[in-house]
Design a protein around this ligand. Sequence first.
Ligand SMILES: [Zn+2]
Length: 511
Amino acid sequence: MRRMFTAATAALTLTTAGTLLAGAPGQAAPTGWGRPVVTAAPQPGAAGLGDTYFPDYGNGGYDVGHYDVRLRYDPATDQLSGTATILATATQDLSAFNLDFLLDVESVRVNGWAANTSTTGVHELVVTPARTITRGQQLTIVVRYAGIPSETLVGGYTGWTRTDDGALAVNEPEAAWWWFPSNDHPLDKATFDISVSVPTGVEVISNGVQPRPPAAEAGNRTRWIWRTTSPTAPYLAFMAIGQYDIVTDTTPSGQPVVNAYSTSLGALGPAARASIERTAEIVDWQSGIFGPYPFEAQGGVAGPLDGIGFALETQTRPVYGPGFWRRGANTYVVAHENAHQWFGDSVSVAEWRNIWLNEGFASYAEWLWSEEQGEGTAQEVFDFAYASYPADSEFWQVLPGDPGAARIFDDAVYDRGAMTLHQLRLAVGDDAFFEILPAWTAEHRHGNGTIEQFQALAERISGLDLDDLFTTWLFTAGRPDVASTARKATAAPTEPKSWAKIRESHELLSH
Ligand SMILES: [Zn+2]
């Protein structure tokens, strides 16, 4: 998917990179046999997790287990208010800690005691508790807040999309800042209860399942309640608020399905339904290739005409902009976003520089879907994609394995990323390749991964040294030579039937 804030953030945060690794979680104070035990004074938690691209994303010193986000929203004014109750565990002795958040904070309590707060940097809320916190301590952090997310700008940008009839809290990699305080990095996943009170007649869709039907509240309002019981990275939590037709069902495998369609779609509505209603079929097919589906529910949300221009793999329920339906049904974007449920959502990047593990794999899932649909084999899609970028194209100058913070959604991460997986498949053979994919999703299920770990797994299963392949395709500028690969790319390959849909999707998903 695509959003515009990344470059600005990177510029703002790089200057502090050097100091952010200190105090990252998991760093124990050095103590040793025979040395006097020195009790260090509690320190503030780090303002970031030291991500190479986004050093101040996430925070050090604690690990979140659960977010209970209880909100009230009014589409007429875009006024959002609420209480976030965060259950966390301290990973060091703490004098203070940060949350990533932008809205106005009324109060913060830590284990019942009122805390002092201040703000610093782009999106840092600094919480100084009344009592110091010891390593291993259970924390209940209660944040009361309010604001107008569409008017809360960072460098002129908001990740919150206000629409005619509501809003979309859907973005990557920055989304949570505009609607709940969090430890905003994929390294700290948690479960979520999200409930939102809106004027009766407005729908709210979020992740997971509805433990209770919407309930009437005073003042002609209705509260919608959603729960996700699988670990979720904060940016993959979402809300879609507005006028939606909601379609619920159960898959043949017994999973709840919730699909929702903006009533604004008009003539695009049937194409949206003809795509998203195939989610369970596509997920079932993917489960046979990628391994068991990692979550407790499925679905999709077709956003409104004036909403987002991209799609995002929000956990258990991707959200799609209207552009995907303009030329009829598009199941390729459904295959892409649902492949992310394994590659991105269950196995998340350990650092954002590993974005190829998300986009390369979700793009290759489209090539596999093309093969399954009889609209062009993966080899035919490879040949056409490879030939469509001339050797002197800028496309070949971006490294999918390390594109830079401003280019994590570049075409190269998607298309050259998928080409890389196809080259891996040719190198190791189909038997090993289709063993590597489910092994990866099993070994890192509900966790994180790096490109280096994926290469090691592929080498273990195939028994081959793959260093040249990964270095050439992911980390070297210039168009790789395919003359020596098992199947040569022809000079003027025929366009596969799937290409128009795949290209159309990638133009919206990347830039
Ligand atoms: Zn994607």
